[in-house]
Design a binder for this molecule. Structure first.
Ligand SMILES: Cc1cc2nc3c(=O)[nH]c(=O)nc-3n(C[C@H](O)[C@H](O)[C@H](O)COP(=O)(O)O)c2cc1C
Length: 443
């Protein structure tokens, strides 16, 4: 089983009202989570990316005020305080340039002695694009053709020096990029940093099948991040379906099923008994969906100001505004009216208030139970080919992984599904992936 640690930050999962919640800017927070993950013999530490603070009713979204430092910089610092843990940065291909990003990722791979990973995202909204020179001008298909050419160009640069350490000029002329000149660095320890992909459309899945070493996906949900699964809850069957679909696309690219690892982002709650764990999970959900957060979640669907509504009262009977700009930077819903109708039907059928409806519909903890039950369930999901491992998203920063590593990891190790020691030094070795072969003529 492969495990990774997601640093909990700007999202609806993290509970900031808990007295144990710390800073998400201080290096001590990153260091604590990374060291804990390494103590648990995890494959890697993972940072997401957001390039613009989200807005709600024209104001900065409360959660974003906590801030988010630049990922590769943080990972370079973590390289100095960890030995084996992989270091994964989410960096988009829409607002960057391949030469510059390839250089920064190769630097991380050199400084960490072969532990760098790049989560390739395309970033969907023009709202984010407004912070960049070209703006959010790319439509969906172009974002993926640019992403494919971006990664291919980065690979040309990473492959460009000879084994003897002689730089060779690269000439790349494509629809999106033109690069002419030698790369600034010799081949890095892993050859190419590990490539992760997060994006769920057919184009995204094909891109992953052609290019990636790991897919980061929502939990059994067909791709939506945890907390955003507003239409259906995670099931083993949904996980298996996604797994089979993505692995099934590999053969067309001449790849085998074990060359790509599928790792959903998941949450967990531990308790001394099953009942204790359920009670804790319910408490955490109520902390995550405070009365204010419940109205905020509703406004993101309806797109209109609902501050006059009582979070403990019934859902509004008005329809959502499909053209709304009220919440910017959020994941866009394909059909807000259909979702609002479903929520209303559920709320009426079960007699749920606004807050209870949001709690009921917007994701729940993926694994809830005693350490033994959680270890067993996670093992079963991997055995049933619903995942190759998990990216754990704790609800507390930075200590949210402590319990898992102290109480679940030893059980996974006893079962023989998790390593007790790292076998190799690079992230590729943790994942059981070979180093990329230099193309013929470039050795
Ligand atoms: C699990 C998951 C995590 C993602 N994380 C990020 C992120 O941290 N930053 C970002 O800009 N986009 C992120 N994305 C968005 C993707 O890059 C992509 O733009 C979006 O999913 C649209 O592509 P798609 O239609 O193929 O899903 C994420 C997507 C998924 C499914």
């Amino acid at each position: 089983m492969h495990l990774a640690a997601h640093f909990p930050g700007v999202n609806n999962t993290t509970v900031w009202t808990d007295p144990r919640a710390g800073s998400q800017i201080d290096f001590a927070s990153f260091e604590h989570l990374a060291r804990t993950a390494e103590r648990g013999r995890f494959d890697f530490f993972f940072l997401a990316e957001g390039l613009r603070l989200r807005e709600h009713k024209g104001r900065i979204h409360d959660l974003d005020v906590l801030g988010r430092p630049e990922s590769i910089t943080v990972l370079n610092a973590l390289a100095a305080v960890t030995d084996r843990l992989g270091l994964a940065a989410t960096v988009n291909t829409t607002f960057n340039e391949p030469y510059e990003l390839a250089r920064r990722l190769a630097t991380l791979d050199h400084l960490s002695a072969g532990r760098a990973a790049w989560n390739v995202v395309t970033t969907s909204d023009a709202f984010t694009g407004e912070n960049f020179r070209r703006g959010g001008y790319l439509d969906h298909a172009d974002r993926y053709t640019r992403a494919a050419e971006f990664v291919a160009t980065a690979r040309e640069l990473w492959d460009s020096w000879t084994a003897g350490g002689v730089p060779r000029p690269v000439t790349h002329h494509g629809p999106h990029f033109r690069v002419r000149g030698a790369f600034t660095l010799p081949r890095s320890p892993q050859g190419h940093p590990v490539i992760i992909q997060a994006g769920d459309s057919a184009a995204g899945r094909d891109f992953a099948a052609a290019t990636a070493d790991i897919v980061f996906t929502g939990w059994g949900s067909g791709g939506r991040p945890p907390g955003k699964c507003s239409t259906r809850h995670s099931t083993l069957a949904a996980g298996q379906e996604f797994y089979a679909d993505v692995k099934g696309r590999l053969a067309a690219h001449g790849r085998t099923a074990d060359s790509l690892k599928i790792m959903p982002g998941v949450t967990f709650v531990l308790g001394d008994t099953a009942a204790d764990a359920q009670e804790r999970a319910a408490t955490i959900r109520r902390q995550q969906v405070s009365p204010q957060n419940a109205l905020l979640a509703l406004e993101q669907v309806w797109g209109v100001d609902l501050s006059g509504y009582d979070p403990d009262g019934p859902l509004p009977d008005i329809d959502p505004d499909p053209e709304s700009q009220l919440a910017q930077g959020r994941v866009r819903l394909a059909d807000p009216k259909a979702l609002a109708d479903r929520w209303r039907a559920l709320s009426e059928a079960k007699g749920l208030s606004i807050r209870e409806t949001v709690i009921e519909t917007t994701g729940r903890q993926s694994f809830v139970g005693t350490p033994a039950a959680v270890a067993e369930e996670m093992t079963a999901y991997v055995a049933a080919r619903a995942a190759d491992g998990f990216i754990l998203v704790p609800h507390l920063t930075p200590g949210g992984l402590d319990d898992f590593v102290d109480r679940v990891v030893p059980l996974l190790q006893e079962r023989g599904v998790l390593r007790t020691e790292y076998a190799g030094t690079t992230l590729r070795s943790h994942l059981g992936l070979p180093d990329p072969v230099r193309p013929v003529g470039k050795d």
